[in-house]
Design a protein around this ligand. Structure first.
Ligand SMILES: Nc1nc2c(ncn2[C@@H]2O[C@H](COP(=O)(O)OP(=O)(O)OP(=O)(O)O)[C@@H](O)[C@H]2O)c(=O)[nH]1
Ligand SMILES: [Mg+2]
Length: 196
């Protein structure tokens, strides 16, 4: 059964003035294009095809708001590959995302979705900087762990943890094998119920 029986899509936004009311609390999910954000959200919410998954990299180009329950939200942020898009588009997204982090009073934490085979990229470092600027806690899901052998996955987690230091916590995750689901949900809930 879903832990979030009332979960529903609220809206997609392409500008700050399209965001839903800034009340209650929400957690942002960020990650490079194709990292596995939508798949991770589906597993955490325990609904197939809840946040759309695509095989086309970068299809999610809007800020997508989901309600988990009364005044508790998840926000799927656009995960562009920095190099791929036009400069004007990159600037638009950069301003939208930094504006989101700077202005959003209900934002309580960042779940950063990282492909365990790629480890941290400049996109991830940029997202962490946005979160740190406003003192938000960060948790990294090293996803697609099923793509690596156990030992390689453990090594990748250690390397990432070493780079992160005390800036963020991290865990292995697999949407395919539903690995790390409970831990991810616990962190999400802790963020959602934390005081501003
Ligand atoms: N093997 C494996 N594949 C995964 C996992 N998570 C996601 N994928 C695959 O990776 C691809 C991208 O997944 P999405 O969840 O759409 O990624 P996204 O970050 O939402 O992508 P965009 O919204 O397009 O930026 C899809 O083909 C997924 O099936 C995982 O844990 N294991
Ligand atoms: Mg997506």
């Amino acid at each position: 059964m879903s832990q979030y029986p009332e979960a529903r899509f609220i809206k997609s936004a392409n500008a700050l003035d399209q965001f839903p009311a800034d009340t209650g609390s929400e957690v942002a999910v960020a990650g490079r294009s194709n990292a596995g954000k939508s798949s991770a959200i589906n597993v955490i919410v325990n609904r197939r095809q809840f946040a759309r998954t695509s095989k086309t990299p970068g299809r999610t180009r809007l800020v997508n708001f989901f309600s988990l329950r009364d005044s508790r939200r998840l926000v799927d942020l656009p995960g562009y590959g920095f190099a791929r898009v036009a400069e004007s588009m990159r600037r638009h997204w950069g301003e939208l995302l930094s504006g989101y982090f700077q202005s959003r009073q209900s934002l309580r934490g960042l779940l950063l979705i990282v492909d365990i085979r790629r480890k941290l990229t400049d996109y991830d470092r940029q997202m962490m900087a946005f979160a740190e600027d406003v003192d938000l806690p960060i948790h990294v899901l090293l996803t697609k762990a099923d793509k690596l052998k156990r030992g390689q996955a453990a090594k990748a987690l250690l390397e990432v943890k070493k780079e992160l230091g005390s800036r963020a916590t991290a865990q292995q995750f697999s949407a395919l094998k539903r690995e790390g689901e409970q831990q991810a949900r616990q962190v999400l809930e802790a963020f959602l119920e934390s005081r501003p």
